[in-house]
Write a protein that binds this ligand. Structure first.
Ligand SMILES: Cc1cc2nc3c(=O)[nH]c(=O)nc-3n(C[C@H](O)[C@H](O)[C@H](O)COP(=O)(O)O)c2cc1C
Length: 420
């Protein structure tokens, strides 16, 4: 089946992407996860590499204008945390406009508007996913922000309210006219919460609806193969990753490498098959089936070793302590460390104790004891025995490719929001 061609397919293999005046070296984005995508986590991801643009947790526009310390903590950044997008929510046009100007003067690279948050508190005041129901009002609010700042303004939405109201394509078109520089779309409806399957066809319809701005797909991308499949099947210009980055902070780096390998293999295969290079440049999708099929897992960079996972986890804790102080940093880390542990193999002994740490020294003791306890699951060469290895993560839209392996469910982290 031939796919609609767009400017996006030429970028599909992670060459980077243009968001308004912002040139990004990678088309992989960090999705906002309220309570998690704070400065220490973003710095960890940037040190590993591969991420093009990180977004903060959602920030209340009014709180920012009222100079609330909590809002300013959410936008805390440093030069290594660049380029940074701040996500705003609110429904009062003047507040959103003024908050955008405050952010621009503080050197933020772009502003994202939350149109996906299903939390009642946010929707009741006309913000979050309620914005998807009133297109004219939303477009007017967006226009006010776009006209007030030079930096790009983007919008993040779900596919729609429910299956009967898939409004994202129409809203995306209206917002493009209002001047947004990109659309981020989670391929589920508000009604779906995090259940069911991410709808790639739905994302593709949003891609088809806009004229020239990039559309960034989102939802369940937990592996490099899933990123590739989303890029290929939707024609989106980039992929935004939330929970996948929490499971696996290496996902951006590994995806960039994987896509580069796939591209060079595809180029070689196309050259050998005598197809015109221009076909490649156009990103035409109906290529010979043996070339670059996403089922082919060869070319995947190796998973990080246990030692590397531990190194990065400890670095993450150091940054938490540096930025939030030892007590609060350690307390906050109690809910972060178990996410690293999900890929350690048997980990209940770690999780049981890490949720009580209040100091770095206590954390190190827990880790030391755990490393000793974990030895019973290793083989003679010090590797985790196969039967103890964690089940693979598989995106909802790739379950058919799981090949009989029962995939691990993609958990939804607890936080200030119960359901996104
Ligand atoms: C705990 C949590 C917090 C979230 N916070 C935000 C947020 O602040 N703003 C937003 O637009 N989306 C938020 N989301 C939605 C994510 O950005 C993303 O769209 C969703 O998790 C699907 O992507 P994923 O499967 O890669 O995680 C949140 C999701 C979760 C699980």
């Amino acid at each position: 089946m031939a796919f609609r061609l767009s400017q996006r397919t030429t970028l599909a293999y992670s060459d980077g992407v243009q968001i308004g005046s912002l040139t990004l070296p990678s088309n992989l984005f960090l999705s906002p996860l309220a309570g998690y995508t704070n400065l220490p986590f973003r710095l960890v991801l940037r040190e590993i590499g591969g991420v093009g643009l990180c977004t903060t947790d959602l920030v209340n526009a009014r709180s920012l204008l009222e100079k609330r310390p909590k809002a300013f903590k959410l936008i805390e950044t440093r030069p290594a945390d660049s380029p940074l997008a701040v996500q705003l929510f609110g429904s009062v046009p003047e507040e959103m406009r003024d908050a955008a100007q405050v952010l621009e003067t503080r050197g933020v690279a772009s502003i994202d508007i939350n149109m996906g948050c299903p939390v009642r508190k946010v929707c009741n005041v006309g913000g979050g996913s309620a914005m998807m129901r009133e297109h004219d009002k939303t477009a007017a609010l967006v226009r006010g922000m776009v006209n007030a700042v030079k930096i790009p303004v983007t919008a993040k939405m779900r596919l729609g309210w429910d299956d009967e109201n898939i409004t994202a394509p129409e809203l995306a078109r209206a917002l493009e006219e209002a001047g947004v520089a990109a659309i981020f779309v989670h391929g589920r409806t508000r009604e779906q919460g995090f259940g069911g399957t991410v709808n790639l066809v739905g994302i593709r319809k949003v891609v088809a609806a806009v004229k020239s701005i990039p559309v960034i797909g989102n939802g369940d991308v937990v592996t490099p193969q899933a990123a590739k499949k989303m890029l290929e099947e939707t024609g989106c210009a980039g992929v935004s990753i939330g929970r996948g980055a929490f499971y696996d902070p290496w996902i951006f780096k590994r995806t960039v490498e994987f896509l580069a390998t796939c591209r060079s293999r595809r180029e070689k295969a196309l050259n050998n098959s005598g197809l015109e290079a221009s076909v490649l440049d156009l990103g035409i999708k109906n290529e010979p089936p043996h070339v670059g099929s996403y089922e082919n897992q060869d070319g995947l960079p190796p998973e990080p070793t246990f030692a590397e996972r531990v190194r990065v986890m400890r670095r993450h804790l150091d940054l938490m302590i540096e930025i939030f102080g030892e007590e609060l940093g350690c307390r906050m880390f109690r809910k972060i460390a178990p996410w690293y542990a999900k890929r350690f193999g048997p980990c209940h002994e770690f999780n049981k104790h890490v949720v009580h740490v209040s100091t770095k020294a206590q954390f190190d003791t827990v880790l030391e004891n755990y490393v000793r306890w974990r030895r019973q699951f290793l083989d003679a060469s010090g590797e985790l025995q196969i039967r103890f290895q964690p089940a693979p993560l598989v995106a909802s839209f790739m379950r058919e490719a799981a090949d009989g392996v029962i995939p691990q469910a993609i958990s939804v982290p607890k936080g200030p929001v119960e359901r996104w």
